[in-house]
Design a protein around this ligand. Structure first.
Ligand SMILES: [Zn+2]
Ligand SMILES: [Zn+2]
Length: 391
């Protein structure tokens, strides 16, 4: 990545370098597309049983047809693939043949594993997305599980991100919902970032925010007008997710794409890993947490109107002007036939209380939860939300 761009915000932003191709039927020309990237003659194709079936076998055929030497690493698991030491061991074994590049066919877990292996091996990798399920495609870090805990490691930026909307639109519905949840959560990320900028002077970039806003707006518009299983929606969602991942690279941190909603979702994930529970995909948790944090925002806004200083009120007015109501959020999800309920995801109600009170300690970042805590309102607001959730 090159840091050659000084923005109107005064900061230098790292430019994302991945080549992005998302379109209908591009799986059929995958051989030519990958050939054009000039990455070399041998590769390891990383996939699992499902992703091999939906796209991997086609990619394999296409690569062979253009004369590539392709080794397939298909992860075989009876349960979900966990990106842990065992999976990495299998992947590193496949690297003994010294391939020129790697191809990850899959979504989150497969891309996290391959991104890390490519980084360690110092070779490029191409990502063939199979579901618009999260915003990590354009990431430069890998989320892996070490000693049973989720941790972030350095990874390699994908050389190219390729997505066939025929495949993406046919992804399991909960994966599409996960992508939408991850993207809708950016409404909270936006509010938290702005709030921190206004109250603590944290660096902010209007042009990065504007890119994320476009992704949010188009996704919301199409959730109201199109079937979420249509190719058109798959393209919008996928492009929006890539864009919001790129915003992280541009800013040099996850701030534009992750606020209190991600903290709460990560906190739940931590509890789930400890208890070995399955509680839905990343973006489904984010979608669920978004609704709860929206409630927190509206309740804090009420307190600010009653008890806040003029400066705090002014800052809040700016932030709340861009935040929808909980009713609007519910209606949008209903219209799109989506739901991110605690019960549906298997998240115990007590985890809401636990998360609201403790998620902010996961990292040192200003958020609505931290603000509510600083003013001594958090426990009271959490109590009110718990009463509503139990009703
Ligand atoms: Zn996310
Ligand atoms: Zn900027």
């Amino acid at each position: 990545m090159k840091a050659d761009h000084v923005c109107t915000c005064g900061q230098r932003h790292l430019q994302p370098q991945s080549i992005v191709r998302v379109g209908s039927g591009i799986l059929d020309s995958m051989g030519a597309i990958i050939q054009e990237l000039s990455l070399g003659g041998s590769c390891v194709l990383v996939c699992d049983g499902n992703t091999y079936e939906v796209a991997g076998s086609k990619v394999f055929e296409q690569l062979q047809a253009v004369g590539k030497d392709v080794q397939v690493l298909k992860f075989q698991r009876s349960e979900n693939l966990v990106p842990n030491e065992q999976a990495l061991g299998e992947l590193f074994q496949a690297l003994v043949s010294k391939p020129d590049f790697l191809i990850a066919v899959g979504s989150g877990t497969i891309s996290d594993l391959t991104r890390y292996a490519a980084f360690i091996a110092g070779i490029p990798f191409v990502l063939v997305a199979t579901a618009p399920s999260m915003d990590g495609y354009s990431s430069t870090v890998s989320s892996l599980v070490q000693h049973g805990t989720k941790q972030t490691f350095l990874g390699k930026e994908a050389f190219a991100i390729l997505g066939d909307t025929r495949v993406l639109s046919e992804a399991p519905l909960h994966m599409i919902q996960s992508g939408a949840g991850d993207l809708l959560g950016k409404m909270i990320s936006r509010a938290d970032w702005k709030l921190s900028h206004l109250l603590t002077g944290e660096a902010h970039c209007a042009s990065i925010q504007e890119r994320v806003n476009q992704a949010i707006d188009l996704t919301v518009e199409q959730m109201n007008t199109l079937a979420v299983t249509s190719e058109e929606f798959a393209e919008t969602l996928m492009q929006g997710l890539i864009l919001s991942g790129e915003a992280i690279t541009l800013f040099g941190g996850s701030r534009p794409a992750s606020g209190a909603e991600h903290q709460l979702a990560h906190y739940w994930k931590k509890l789930a890993l400890k208890e070995e529970r399955t509680i839905g995909l990343h973006g489904q948790k984010v979608g669920c947490a978004t609704r709860i944090i929206l409630k927190v925002y509206h309740k804090v806004a009420e307190r600010v109107r009653r008890e806040g200083s003029t400066q705090l009120q002014r800052s809040f007015d700016q932030v709340m002007a861009e935040l929808p109501s909980v009713e609007w959020y519910d209606a949008l999800l209903e219209k799109a036939g989506m739901s991110f309920t605690l019960d549906g995801l298997g998240i115990p109600k007590e985890w809401v209380e636990d998360g609201l009170l403790n998620a902010m300690y996961l990292r040192d970042r200003h958020s609505i939860l931290r603000l509510a805590d600083e003013y001594g309102w958090l426990e009271d607001i959490t109590r009110q939300i718990m009463l509503e959730e139990i009703d």
